[in-house]
Design a protein around this ligand. Structure first.
Ligand code: 0GY
Length: 314
């Protein structure tokens, strides 16, 4: 479907796995108006250079390739999340949003010095939130007072904050997260360690975090990142990443109105395999097991958060 990925003038991080160019058609038919609520664009590096402070250099993943995947899988829209390899330079993201004909919204990265005009311009392009990243292999430390200041700056725009962290770090981050004045969207369920018991303290703390804070949402995404059992199903069925199912299903069933799903294409920093995005879509009915839950996860929730102007309050 797509040409082989390159990296423009940049040299990819050694061992980098390129996104998969031949995804299968999912067997699961997505409902109309479904949103891929977590994906990225990378470069192209020749046009939108990767940031000097980046921790990895990916292969390019352009807006054309992303939108081709959207159509191939059967999604209607995308939420494009600024990736750390572009730092706080949101040009590639903004370019993709502008080329989407209103079918993509964005999550940006901004620094303390961002001006009101820059925020307005991002808003006009379709940005609806900022991402705070606490995964140490991806970013350098930013002081919490700076992040809190940014959260208060973006609140009047109706934006929200996306947070990315590892489950072991939740206790230490709890006080900061609960001070955030906006809707807060957690990436990938706070990255549970699926080799630990689901009723153990780490995952239970995450559920408590959501239960006690109605402004907290979660993406039930990235089984390919969290799984230890991997993509291969023992019985030959298209039910890969089965060790992640109980975690994601628990979150979907406990908080059906505050969950989102995304492919995470082009899947940065995977080490052992690159997922077939068609197979990832076939993961969805294992975690959202009824048409009602599927519609909330894929249609109602993301449209309410990112396209409220189109939403009927659903
Ligand atoms: C993800 C996960 C990762 C990377 C980034 O912005 C990024 O660089 O989000 C990761 O390496 O775990 O959600 O794409």
């Amino acid at each position: 479907m797509n040409n082989k990925p390159t990296s423009g003038p940049f040299e990819k991080t050694p061992g980098w796995l390129d996104w998969y160019t031949g995804p299968t058609k999912p067997q699961f038919k997505l409902p109309p108006n479904a949103v891929d609520a977590h994906c990225h664009v990378f470069g192209p590096g020749a046009e939108f250079p990767y940031a000097p402070e980046r921790k990895y250099t990916p292969c390019d993943a352009s807006w054309q390739q992303l939108f081709a995947l959207r159509d191939h899988l059967g999604f209607s829209k995308n939420v494009i999340v600024q990736a750390t390899c572009h730092g706080a330079d949101n040009r590639a993201l903004v370019d993709a949003l502008k080329r989407s004909n209103g079918k993509a919204k964005g999550i940006a990265t901004v620094k303390r010095g961002v001006t009101d005009q820059e925020l307005q311009d991002l808003h006009a392009a379709g940005v609806r939130g900022v991402r705070f990243n606490f995964v140490k292999r991806l970013v350098d430390f930013t002081p919490k007072d700076e992040l809190l200041e940014i959260a208060h700056r973006i609140q009047p725009l109706g934006w929200h904050v996306v947070i990315y962290f590892e489950s072991v770090d939740l206790p230490e981050l709890w006080d900061f997260f609960t001070k955030l004045p906006t809707t807060v969207v957690v990436d990938h369920m706070g990255r549970p360690d699926v080799t630990k018991p689901i009723d153990g303290p780490e995952f239970q703390l995450f559920l408590k975090f959501m239960r006690e804070h109605p402004n907290v949402w979660s993406k039930v995404s990235c089984p390919e990142r969290l799984s230890v059992s991997g993509p291969r199903a023992l019985d030959g069925e298209r039910n890969a990443y089965r060790d992640v199912v109980p975690y994601a299903r628990t979150v979907v069933e406990a908080f059906p109105d505050r969950v989102l799903w995304g492919t995470d294409w082009p899947h940065p920093n995977l080490k052992d395999h690159m997922p077939d995005d068609g197979l990832l879509v076939d993961f969805i009915p294992h975690i959202a097991t009824t048409p009602e839950l599927q519609k909330k996860l894929l249609v109602d929730n993301p449209n309410r958060l990112y396209w409220p102007e189109e939403s009927q309050g659903g």
